[in-house]
Design a protein around this ligand. Sequence first.
Ligand SMILES: Cc1ncc(COP(=O)(O)O)c(C=O)c1O
Length: 373
Amino acid sequence: MNDTARFTSWPESLLSLARPEIRSLATYRHAPWDPAYERLHANENPWRNPADTSTAGLNRYPEPHPLALESRLAELYGVPPQCLIAGRGSDEAIDLLVRVFCAAGQDAILQCPPTFGMYAVAAGVQGAAVVDVPLLRDAGYALDLPGIVAAARNTAGSRVKLVFLCAPNNPTGNDVPLAHIEFLLRELEGQAIVVVDEAYVEFSGRESLAARLGEFPHLVILRTLSKAYGLAGVRCGVAIGHPDLVGLLRRAIPPYAIPEPCIEAILAALGPAGMTMADHTQRQLLAMRPAMLTALAAAPTVTKVWPSATNFIMLDSTDPAAIMVKAREVRLLLRDFSSGIRTPGAVRISLGTPEQNARLLRALDAPLPEGFA
Ligand SMILES: Cc1ncc(COP(=O)(O)O)c(C=O)c1O
């Protein structure tokens, strides 16, 4: 997937999914970027602040579309650079997608609750409708495939422009079989953009769908540095898709979106030492997951522990409030989903360090697995 020549232009059926205002929008003309010259063209201050430890200088705007950063991220995710746009977390990528494709009061996104909350928030901010096709709890929170296809094709209400699939899903923790995603990609071809949010894919044991970009021009993949790479603080995520789609997103992202300290920190963190560390921590989290699943299942009041393809575990309890209180007593915060109609009694627990995991299990009166401190 490094052959740029393989991409033919987007067909009109896909281009026409974008808002007409965005299609005709002229991209903002930022001051030219040429580090070989001294800058008297962007109304910056010529002197550096004494506390400025950056390489490029915080008195200067960062690179408008950070080439070195996007090339590194493209390499990391195995896609051509023109298929990727970096934003402030995948949250920004979600927001860009909704703003580019959904006209207020007219278009809709489709999501499968219980799922990540930002899809609906971004739609709400944009004034787009949200079509819910709930996951099938009795089938292990599987996608309702016929339900999604029928709802996305329904022309009676708002037109569905974006179908968000969270794979693996937050908060339930299960992955989506590739065959189900492929089925939806085929059924919705030319009809909607299918956005597969792979925020947790590094913990799932499967390959990213990024390798399939050439097959599906209406596929968008979201990846983030916030989870598997331990870089939530730099706020960096990407949308990966056909170059024409990326071009549309570039019209809507503000220039200078990624601050200079973040660009420098990310490039340093994705160097050899950082990659070794990320690999090590991913392995450690994965190694602890089965023991945590088993131990939590044996804790009092826990009625079910859902399988996890992520770095978190969702459990059901007859007394979720008590679980929250017991965790707080040992200074641990968990996420309470128990009031959600589709997650009754549920609590979501991120995997922590071995010490944190052991502290939680003790607090919950769960058996300590062998080897846990
Ligand atoms: C499924 C999913 N997508 C996206 C995000 C947002 O990630 P980022 O930190 O890149 O904005 C999260 C964060 O929790 C998430 O769970």
